[in-house]
Write a protein that binds this ligand. Structure first.
Ligand SMILES: *Cc1c(COP(=O)(O)O)cnc(C)c1O
Length: 394
C-alpha cells in the first residue's frame, strides 16, 4: 500500500516515546532528478549539434517552456540566479542606495555591492517576514534608486504597497524570487510584479538546472538590455554596445531543466503531503508555529519553516537544531545570521539592530525542516516524532 494512504488511526496511535534516528542523513532538500536515460538522449542531441552554449536548441526550448509555464512576458536564462540579479540591477541602471531586507540569503545584498550600490536594510514584517513596506519610506533619500525585496520562502512581498511607494518616489522595484518558482497571488504569476524578478534554478530549488537562473521582466527594451548584458554587450559580430559580462546558461544546464520541469508538479504535490503531516503533527507542540501563506497564494513549496517561541516552548531553536542532529536530521537556520550582521555590512547605519528588531527576533526563531517529495509520509512522521520527543507535547 502506498505510504500516503496509511489510515489516520495508525498515525494517532504512533508511539512518539522512542523515535529512531534516520539511517542516512536527512537534509532540508533533495533535488528531483530526471531519468538518466532521458538525460542521455538530450546529451546525444547536444553532441550531434556540437553546440554547447550561446543560445542553442536546448536553451531555446527551455526558454519557451518556462515562458509558458511561468506566464512570463520576457524571460532571460542565466548561468545562476545571482548573475541574473546582478545584471537586472545593471540593466535597470540602479545606483546609489537600494532598500532591501536583511532577512535573506547573502546573494541579495551582495548583488548590490557588485553594482557599487549601498544596501540599506529595512526591517521585515513580523508575520510575513518579507520587507515591511511601512519601514521603507523613512529610509528613502535622494540617493535611493530602487527597492530590492525578497519573496522569502515563497511568501509574496506586499507587492502593491511596495509599488505604490516606488511610484510615489520614482523608484524601481526588483524582486529576488529565488524561492518563488510558480508562486501565484490571486491567480497572477508572481513575476508580474515589479520591474524585474530573479528566479534561481540552483540544485536546492524546487525547479533546478543544477546551477542556473532567470530574469523575468515586463518591458521589452529592458529585456533587450538584459540580453545584451548577459553576453558581453555583443549586439552582433564586431558591434559591442555596452560593457556586458558572461551570464549565459549552457546547453547541458538547459537540457537538465527541460527534464526537471516535467517533475515539478509531482514534486510539489509530494511536498504538499509532507507539509500536511508537518502541520497536523506540529500543531500539538507548545511554542511552535508553522509559517502559513495567505489563502490567495499558490505556494511554491520551496521550504517548510517553523518558528520556535522560546518564551513558551521548553527549548529554543538552537537547541532543537542541535538535538535533531542526534536523529540524523540536519535542518537549516534560514536566515540566521542576518545579512546586516556580516562583517561586510555590519557597520552600515541601517544595520543597527535598533533599526531591525523584527528581523533579529525572526532570525532567532526560524528553522527550515527537511522538505522534499521523497521524504514521504513516513519520513515526515519520523521528523515529527523527533521534534515531539525533543520539545514535548502541549
Ligand atoms: C538561492 C538563492 C539565491 C542565489 O541563487 P543562485 O542561483 O544560487 O545564484 C539568491 N537569493 C535567495 C533568496 C536564494 O535563496
Amino acid at each position: 500500500m502506498p505510504t500516503q494512504f496509511v489510515p489516520r488511526a495508525a498515525r494517532i496511535t504512533r508511539n512518539t516515546n522512542q523515535p529512531t534516528a534516520f539511517g542516512e542523513p536527512v537534509y532540508v532538500t533533495r533535488p528531483p532528478l530526471p531519468d538518466l536515460d532521458q538525460f542521455h538522449s538530450h546529451l546525444e542531441d547536444i553532441w550531434r549539434s556540437a553546440r554547447l552554449s550561446n543560445g542553442g536548441a536546448k536553451h531555446k526550448a527551455l526558454e519557451d517552456a518556462l515562458r509558458e509555464y511561468l506566464q512570463a512576458r520576457h524571460i532571460s536564462l542565466f548561468n545562476n540566479g545571482t548573475m541574473a540579479l546582478i545584471i537586472g540591477c545593471r540593466a535597470l541602471r540602479l545606483s546609489g542606495e537600494v532598500i532591501t531586507t536583511p532577512f535573506t540569503f547573502p546573494a541579495t545584498p551582495h548583488v548590490l555591492s557588485w553594482n557599487n550600490i549601498t544596501p540599506v536594510f529595512a526591517d521585515i514584517h513580523p508575520e510575513t517576514l518579507t520587507l515591511d513596506a511601512a519601514r521603507i519610506e523613512p529610509l528613502i533619500t535622494s540617493r535611493t534608486s530602487a527597492i530590492l525585496a525578497v519573496h522569502v520562502y515563497g511568501m509574496p512581498c506586499a507587492v502593491s504597497d511596495i509599488q505604490d511607494l516606488a511610484d510615489a518616489y520614482g523608484l524601481k522595484v526588483i524582486y529576488d524570487g529565488a524561492h518563488a518558482f510558480g508562486t501565484k497571488v490571486d491567480g497572477r504569476p508572481i513575476t508580474d510584479f515589479g520591474d524585474a524578478t530573479m528566479l534561481s534554478f540552483h540544485a536546492t530549488k524546487l525547479f533546478h538546472t543544477g546551477e542556473g537562473g532567470a530574469l523575468v521582466v515586463r518591458d521589452p527594451s529592458l529585456h533587450k538590455r538584459v540580453e545584451l548584458l548577459k553576453n558581453f554587450g555583443i549586439k552582433q559580430e564586431f558591434d559591442v554596445v555596452m560593457p556586458g559580462i558572461n551570464g549565459k546558461m549552457n546547453e547541458l544546464q538547459a537540457a537538465l531543466g527541460l527534464l526537471t520541469l516535467r517533475l515539478v508538479e509531482a514534486e510539489r504535490l509530494a511536498r504538499t503531503l509532507v507539509a500536511t503531516v508537518y502541520r497536523e503533527r506540529l500543531a500539538q507542540i507548545e511554542g511552535l508555529t508553522c509559517l502559513d501563506l495567505p489563502p490567495n497564494v499558490q505556494d511554491s513549496r520551496q521550504f517548510f519553516v517553523i518558528r520556535i517561541n522560546s518564551a513558551v516552548s521548553q527549548i529554543d531553536r538552537d537547541a532543537l537544531y542541535d538535538r535533531l542532529k542526534e536523529y540524523n536530521i540536519f535542518t537549516r537556520k534560514y536566515f540566521h545570521p542576518l545579512c546586516s550582521q556580516y562583517n561586510c555590512y555590519r557597520l552600515l547605519p541601517s544595520s543597527s539592530p535598533k533599526n531591525l528588531p523584527v528581523a533579529h527576533r525572526a532570525a532567532e526563531e526560524v528553522l527550515s525542516l527537511p522538505f522534499y517529495g521523497s521524504l514521504g509520509h513516513d519520513g515526515a512522521h519520523r521528523v515529527c516524532d523527533a521534534i515531539t520527543h525533543i520539545m514535548g507535547h502541549r
